[in-house]
Write a protein that binds this ligand. Structure first.
Ligand code: SF4
Length: 361
């Protein structure tokens, strides 16, 4: 697994600090730290006359990374990895829902790091898409929108992909949402069922479905790009066709419908045996729903599905959606000719009670 934290000797700080690590500095950037030396798995950097050490074997692997130091912290957080397409900022751990399969169960406290995140995004590599996740990011909507606006204004090449439960928008947000800057934002919004009771049960919040539908309409009115996200569970898979029908008729402004396999961590680990749907045994509910939505002209994407668990007709819809730092392959994948096209498995995928049919190509 790729480490998202690196041990450090630290810097004398009163507040969090974001710096970009460079092996060479051509022209001065006040946020850059320059490599001084490496020896025995320790890289020494200079930042404005202060030196700090990072415990790293391959210093090239962090060249250009944007990291955050915390006061008294013994490790730096790799906020943006220069060689990765999977850079996501966890802007809060607070959430107002309690989804059955939540991979990041909410916490009560919030640490406001939006200023540091803004600095980090502005230091990101060219043409980066930055994920924004939580918790529920829009619980801190004003701070979030200000941070995004500042970054989108300063960096005309970057895009955001914001995961939100869609509960916290209002018509007052229409000017921001419909602004030309926010054309570069893709909103990933979960919808688990066309049945209000089922959706509310899955997200653990009465009334969530009704609120979500109104707020999806706001995104539609703003002309926002929307990625509808449906995690497959036994709770919703049998009614997937009804959901497909609802989406194709009533949310046809969405850019894409993403069908997602569960991630066995957080609440999902506890609920795995009850909720995991093994599509390697029966893909029919998924293919029927996909056919309906595709027929209406909407795009469909499959996230977190091992490629060989998808019938060949539908494999081109699968994406390598599992972030590189938490992706793994199984021993039987080593000879598979499809591995370069396959998203593989989450690091914490339970091999003894997961997909029954994993068939190397
Ligand atoms: S066997 Fe091949 S297609 Fe199946 S999960 Fe492994 S790499 Fe992916």
């Amino acid at each position: 697994m790729i480490a998202l934290r690196i041990k450090t000797s630290g810097l004398p700080l009163n507040e969090p600090l974001v710096v970009r690590l460079r092996s060479h500095i051509d022209h001065a950037n006040q946020h850059e730290a320059c490599l001084l030396s490496t020896a025995e798995g320790v890289a020494e950097f200079d930042f404005h006359g202060f030196s700090f050490a990072l415990e790293i074997e391959d210093v090239k692997s962090i060249d250009g990374d944007v990291v955050m130091f915390l006061p008294d912290g013994r490790s730096v957080h790799r906020l943006i990895r220069a060689n990765s397409k999977h850079n996501t900022l966890l802007v809060t751990e607070q959430c107002d829902q309690l989804c059955l399969m939540c991979s990041q169960p909410p916490k009560k406290h919030h640490f406001d790091l939006f200023d540091q995140f803004a600095t980090a995004v502005k230091l990101a590599p060219a043409d980066a898409t930055i994920g924004v996740s939580g918790g529920e990011p829009l619980l801190h909507k004003t701070r979030l929108f200000n941070m995004m606006t500042e970054c989108l204004q300063e960096r005309s090449d970057i895009k955001f992909h914001v995961l939100t439960n869609g509960q916290h928008l209002s018509r007052a947000d229409l000017p921001v949402l419909s602004s030309s800057l926010f054309r570069r934002v893709l909103w990933g919004v979960p919808l688990y069922s066309e049945n209000a009771a089922t959706h509310d049960l899955i997200v653990g919040k009465p009334g969530a479905y009704e609120r979500l539908c109104s707020n999806l309409a706001i995104l539609g009115q703003a002309g926002s790009s929307v990625e509808l996200r449906t995690v497959l569970m036994r709770e919703n898979v049998e009614k997937l066709l009804s959901l497909a029908s609802f989406i194709s008729k009533d949310i046809s402004f969405a850019s894409v419908w993403a069908l997602m396999q569960m991630e066995n961590i957080g609440f999902a680990r506890k609920n795995w045996n009850k909720q995991f749907y093994d599509n390697s045994l029966d893909f029919k509910p998924i293919s029927s729903a996909m056919d309906l939505v595709l027929g209406s002209g909407l795009e469909v994407a499959l996230y977190n599905f091992p490629r060989c668990t998808i019938p060949s007709k539908y494999r081109n819809y699968s994406h390598q959606a599992i972030s590189d730092w938490k992706q793994k392959f199984l021993p039987q994948c080593s000879d598979c000719t499809d591995q370069t096209k396959c998203g593989g498995f989450f690091e914490w995928y339970p091999e003894d009670h997961g997909f029954e049919n994993i068939c190397p190509n």
